[in-house]
Design a protein around this ligand. Structure first.
Ligand SMILES: NC(=O)c1ccc[n+]([C@@H]2O[C@H](COP(=O)([O-])OP(=O)(O)OC[C@H]3O[C@@H](n4cnc5c(N)ncnc54)[C@H](OP(=O)(O)O)[C@@H]3O)[C@@H](O)[C@H]2O)c1
Length: 252
């Protein structure tokens, strides 16, 4: 049990990597607080976890709302006595296309869900972790925020994901002495709705960019997040941890 008795928030839990993480973390002993906008998906997942895997509560909302970030922390505290970890994973790709043709609406939408929400989440979570004597925060960044892989039309997404790495590193240096670790996880292409699931042409194109010539399963990325949230990574903070099937070495 890697996360026994740890209370952990997971956003983006209604789908893909976040859903896989919720099931894995609960199986590893965590008490999980599930967040995303789609309430029915969260309700079903919480019920599955509570029927024999572990303990889960959920609250539907939008990660762009500061009050939602605080409400998830409050739910962790009232339900499970505090907060030990957060997998701030919700994200969107947005519209892909050249920056010269990109509308400000798309830029703002991507930056607000992926980067501003990461800031709001950490701002709400750090005081609760401080009260607990430490904790672990993980942002789901992307290989696109580091190496891009030659994917066209990713300006807003890449900027938001690179921004998460900078935010994680700044938070890491600010809070290391308090026992609060902050890392960014950089997945490669992963089989989820955002990763092109259901669109074989897209999945095949992205898979071929990876030296492993395949996409990750959502559980493989959840396992990397599990490591960062567990005490196994106790000397890691401020790390952009790459789990990308070799995408970055292909380019180096
Ligand atoms: N799949 C890939 O190839 C890949 C690669 C690298 C990084 N990532 C990153 O991995 C993370 C998870 O993505 P995924 O691949 O698992 O995609 P996904 O299956 O589409 O999941 C995205 C999750 O984010 C939630 N979400 C989106 N906007 C939200 C908002 N405004 N407020 C609250 N929740 C919101 C969605 O829930 P609701 O719709 O219910 O709100 C959903 O649970 C993202 O940050 C993504 O950028 C993905």
């Amino acid at each position: 049990m890697e996360l026994e008795n740890k209370s952990i928030i997971i956003t983006g839990a209604s789908s893909g990597i976040g859903k896989a993480a919720a099931l894995l973390f609960a199986a590893e002993g965590a008490d999980v607080v599930l967040g995303a906008r789609r309430s029915s998906e969260l309700e079903t997942l919480a019920a599955t976890i509570n029927q024999g895997i572990g303990r889960a509560v959920y609250l539907a909302g939008d990660v762009r709302d500061e009050s939602y970030a605080s409400a998830l922390v409050d739910l962790a505290t009232t339900s499970f006595g505090g907060l030990d970890g957060a997998f701030n994973n919700a994200g969107i790709v947005g519209e892909m296309g050249p920056v010269a043709d990109m509308g400000l609406d798309n830029w703002n939408a991507v930056i607000s869900v992926n980067l501003t929400a990461a800031f709001l989440a950490a701002k709400a979570q750090i005081p609760a972790m401080r009260a607990r004597g430490g904790g672990s925060i993980v942002f789901t960044s992307s290989f696109v925020g580091f190496s891009n892989g030659g994917l066209p039309g990713m300006g807003a997404y890449a900027a938001s994901k690179a921004g998460q790495i900078g935010l994680a590193q700044s938070l890491a240096s600010d809070h290391a002495a308090e026992g609060i670790r902050v890392n960014a996880l950089l997945p490669g292409g992963t089989v989820t709705p955002a990763g092109g699931e259901g669109n074989p042409g897209v999945m095949e194109y992205v898979a071929k960019l990876h030296p492993m010539k395949r996409l990750a399963g959502a559980k493989e990325i959840a396992q990397a997040a599990l490591f960062l949230l567990s005490d196994r990574s106790s000397f890691m903070t401020g790390s952009p941890m790459i789990a990308d099937g070799g995408m970055s070495v292909r380019l180096s």
